[in-house]
Each structure stands twice: as C-alpha cells, then as structure tokens.
Ligand binder design. Structure first.
Ligand code: ASP
Length: 433
C-alpha cells in the first residue's frame, strides 16, 4: 500500500484530535479523561523533540562550521543571515501595522466587553507583566552578557539557553577550523556521526507525530476558552491571521524570485515542520524537524542550515513581531488612543527587537509585548484584552516563525551557492520528485 505523505498523516491526526475532544466534552468525565490519559502523550512527544534540540545544535553547528574551512565564509554567511532576518522582520511588522490600521479591530470592542475582559484576565496579564519587568531591570548590554555562558554544561542544561549553546558551538567550530587538519579530523568525524544519529532520531520521533499531534490538539480543545470570547475578539484574531497569511505570501515570493523554487515545492517540503509548530507553539521544539526538512527535503546544504536555523529559531520571529504590532495597535484602538506616525515607526523598531528577544516557547511573544506597549505609552493592562485568544494565535504565529527561518535558510543557501537537490533518506516519508 502506498504510504500517505507525512504532512497528511499529521493533518489527519490533528483533525481527529479536535473531533475526539469535541465529542468527549459532551460527557462529564470527558475533559478529565483527556487530561489524564491523552494529554501526557502529547507532552511526551514535545519532550522527545526538545530532548534532542541542544545535542542537535551542538553537533550540527560544530560540523557545519568546521566544514566551511575558512573564517571569511563564516562571517559572510553570518552577515547575510542576520541582515536577511532583520529585513524579513521589518517587513512582518510593517504588514501587521498596515493590516491593523485598515481593519481597525479595536473599534469593535465596546466598553462593556473591555471591562469584562480586563476583569477576567487582569490577573494573567499581571503575571506576564511581572515576567517582563524582570527582563526590563537588566542593563542595555545584558543581551550581550547573556550570550556568553560561563559554563557550557550548565548552559546546555536548559533549552532557554540556546543562544549560549550556539555561541559555544560557533566558537568551538572556529577553533576546529584553525587547528591542523589531521588533529581536527577525528573531532569532526565524531560530531559528523553524532549529527547523523540525531537526524535519524528526528525521523523516528516523527513516526509518532500523527499520534503526538492528536494528543496535543485534543488537550488544547478541552482547555480552550468559551466561544463567546472568540466572537468578541474575532476581528483582532482575523487581523493577526490575515497579516500572517500575507507574510506567507512574502516568503513564497522571495523564495520563488531568488531561488526559483516553486511555492508547492517549498510548502510540501516544510509542511510537517509547520504543522508541528502549530501543534506545539514552540519553534524550539520544532527546530530538529525544521532542520531535517530543510536539509533533506528542500536541498539546503547542511553547512548553511545548521547555522541559519538554530540562530533563526532564537532570534528570527516574524510571526511574533507581526502579532506584537497588531496587538499593540489593537489595544491602543480599544482604549481610544490615536498613535502618531512616529510612534508607529517606534513600534516597528521595538517589535523587531522584542521578537529577537522572545524565547522560542509558547506564550513568550506576549511577555515581550509588554515592552512594546510600554514604549508606545499604551496601557499594559490592555494585555488582558488579548489573553483569551492568545494561545490559538501563538500557534499560528509559531508557524510563521518557522516558515521564516526555512525561507531565509534557502535564500542564504542560494546566495552562497549551497542550494542543491533534496536528498531524502530512508525511514522518512515517501518523497517523490
Ligand atoms: N511561541 C512562539 C515561538 O516559539 C513565540 C511566541 O510568539 O510566543 O516561536
């Protein structure tokens, strides 16, 4: 029997998960049953992905960088990567601002709904504000200080320290380039082997993906807020989703223009990572799959993907920055504030920086939104307005974050002459050219 492509299997798992939860919520024991017996499998699935993120970054980056042979190609690639990331983020924020000023979702919120939302979610909003204020207390160069770990083992002990692990791996890779080849070879071969093993582990975990997403989505449905709230915030949610969809168009266009790869080729290759981003709301958890798809299914050379993608997962969040722009202006509109052109330009800058600073985990974008609101003088209590629909929007913006990383890796690969043909390995879904 012909095997169904992986993205279809995952989509079926997601749909069945939602249906299953919708049916079970009709029974008094349904939610508890899902919480006790289904959700844990989703958690195990995410954990198994997170489990391999740090070893994968270490092995892939060390191997990738030492393959470069010289430091100048590393700095050239690094420069191109960062510039392209910043450009796509600025495009994303601008699209967000454009959409929110045309749709004006804040106008649909009447005072009564506003008060209800502030009352219902004020506490949750407060806790995000406290998280944000912890980050704000730091000095201007704190991000730079945080980049350099004082101990690689303690840095590797938390997925939140990915940038530190990246720093170590790049540093180690540079050292490896600079030592005599015969000394470096065994070290390189070792990381090469580790890298292969981990990519195979990704394939194995992905065999469970349809079941994992079933559990994740079933658990999300029973924990979802009431549909009335969705209706009240409908226009806001539509604005975010519309902006995100436009951003997908931008990526497809960029990839098509610069690499001549068609939208269907790109989407088919990256779809499983996108679906996983949607189900897990975490670009960090999705990273191993993004790496595997981009390298094996989109033809990006490992030297490029192993560098561009881990960095992208931590600093390039176009979906998050777009959402922050829409959310900030929506809250301002709901409070009857008019934002000047200068303030909007400032939102572009702060949302770009905030998305760079956001951790690649669920809900991180909302914490950083506090900074954007603070800058623009928008009441931070307004976070309560958007809380109810944050999770579904988090799922959508994470898809864009991952898609952005994948597109940029193709652009950088093309510019370095390192974009080739896909080379799918066994155990993978049945890719056909
Ligand atoms: N969940 C997002 C991610 O992991 C970050 C955010 O926007 O909250 O990419």
């Amino acid at each position: 029997m012909k095997k169904l492509a992986l993205h279809w299997q995952i989509l079926i798992g997601m749909t069945l998960g939602v249906l299953f939860a919708l049916i079970l919520t009709n029974f008094s024991w349904g939610s508890d049953f899902i919480g006790d017996w289904i959700k844990p499998f989703g958690t195990i699935f995410i954990s198994s992905l997170k489990l391999i993120a740090i070893p994968l970054i270490l092995a892939a980056l060390i191997k990738g960088i030492s393959d470069l042979k010289d430091i100048s190609s590393l700095s050239q690639m690094g420069f191109r990567t960062i510039i392209t990331y910043v450009i796509t983020t600025v495009i994303a924020v601008s699209i967000g601002l454009g959409v929110v000023s045309i749709v004006k979702p804040g106008g649909t919120i009447n005072e009564e709904t506003r008060n209800e939302l502030v009352e219902a979610y004020g506490g949750d909003a407060e806790s995000k504000r406290i998280d944000a204020s912890k980050q704000k207390e730091a000095g201007p160069l704190q991000a730079l200080i945080d980049l350099v770990p004082e101990n690689i083992f303690s840095a590797s002990a938390s997925n939140r320290n990915m940038l530190q692990v990246i720093f170590f791996a790049v540093f180690f890779g540079i050292g490896l380039i600079l030592i005599p080849e015969e000394k470096g070879k065994p070290v390189k071969d070792f990381f090469d082997g580790v890298n292969e093993v981990i990519l195979k582990m990704v394939d194995l975990i992905m065999l469970a993906a349809p079941y994992g997403v079933f559990a994740l989505l079933a658990a999300l449905v029973v924990e979802a807020p009431s549909p009335d709230l969705f209706a009240a915030l409908g226009m806001y949610a539509i604005s975010v989703v519309l902006g995100l969809l436009l951003m997908v168009g931008v990526y497809l266009l960029l990839v098509w223009i610069f690499t001549k790869r068609t939208p269907s080729f790109f989407l088919k290759g990256i779809a499983p990572a996108q679906l996983l981003a949607f189900s897990t709301s975490s670009s960090a958890a999705t990273l191993p799959v993004t790496m595997e798809r981009v390298t094996e299914h989109l033809g990006v050379d490992e030297k490029v993907s192993s560098f561009v993608l881990p960095i992208g997962a931590t600093i390039n969040m176009d979906g998050t920055s777009l959402y922050q722009a829409v959310a900030a202006v929506f809250i301002a509109q709901a409070f009857g504030m008019d934002l000047s052109f200068g303030t909007q330009l400032g939102i572009i800058a702060t949302a770009t920086l905030a998305s760079i600073g956001s951790a690649a985990v669920p809900g991180a974008g909302m914490v950083m939104l506090v900074g954007v609101l603070g800058y623009a003088g928008i009441p931070e209590a307004g976070l309560a307005l958007i809380f109810a629909v944050d999770r579904p929007l988090d799922m959508c913006r994470t898809v864009i974050n991952v898609t952005g990383d994948a597109s940029v890796s193709m652009l950088v690969a093309k510019s370095q002459g390192k974009l080739g043909e896909p080379h799918v390995k066994d155990w993978d879904d049945n890719y056909k050219k």
